[in-house]
Design a protein around this ligand. Structure first.
Ligand SMILES: CC(C)(COP(=O)(O)OP(=O)(O)OC[C@H]1O[C@@H](n2cnc3c(N)ncnc32)[C@H](O)[C@@H]1OP(=O)(O)O)[C@@H](O)C(=O)NCCC(=O)NCCS
Length: 154
């Protein structure tokens, strides 16, 4: 059902099928496998937060953050169903993660984004992230560079 009203909640096991389908569609070269998600979910709740965006029963996006326990939180994934791009869902997911890092007292949020992904880079730049470095050949097997982006929280 598409009511146009998207809400956020924590990810649960039943979300994995639509998430894996979106993952393969959006990241054909670097899709996470079920095992990679499992490894993330086996971390204690204090070290991670995974959110989904849903419209009625339809999952329209998801995002994850890792809290390492130091000063730095990392956005590890962010994705929205292409049929729903440009409606603010990506912004809502990113904002919720950054707000949680702030609430947990973290000093900065970091992330890596493919250099050839201008749309995502623009999203992050528009939300207070600055480009602070390049990791050459970070994405494999494509060899595409990663741009490292950082937002200071305090
Ligand atoms: C990047 C992504 C998560 C953004 O999700 P989204 O729901 O479209 O994001 P929003 O609607 O909040 O828009 C965010 C920004 O995208 C840009 N944008 C929005 N609609 C757009 C359009 N129709 N055309 C071009 N750019 C547009 C704008 O810069 C917008 O910022 P604004 O709020 O200042 O206008 C989504 O495009 C996606 O899933 N991409 C593939 C996966 C990916 O690249 N993930 C990031 C990996 S690091």
């Amino acid at each position: 059902m598409n009511t146009g009203t998207v809400s956020l909640r924590e990810l649960k096991e039943a979300d994995m099928a639509p998430i894996l389908a979106l993952e393969r569609e959006l990241f054909p070269e670097d899709a996470w496998t079920p095992e990679m998600f499992e490894a993330e979910f086996s971390q204690p709740a204090s070290r991670r937060l995974y959110l989904v965006a849903e419209d009625g029963n339809a999952l329209v996006g998801y995002a994850g953050m890792m809290f390492t326990g130091g000063s730095q939180a990392d956005v590890v994934t962010l994705a929205v169903d292409p049929a729903r791009w440009g409606e603010g869902t990506g912004t809502a997911l990113l904002t919720a993660l950054v707000d949680e890092a702030d609430k947990r007292g973290y000093e900065e949020v970091l992330l890596e984004v493919r250099e050839d992904n201008p749309r995502a880079r623009r999203l992050y730049l528009g939300h207070g992230f600055a480009e602070v470095g390049i990791r050459r050949g970070y994405y494999q097997p494509s060899g595409v560079n990663a741009v490292v982006m950082r937002k200071a929280l305090r």
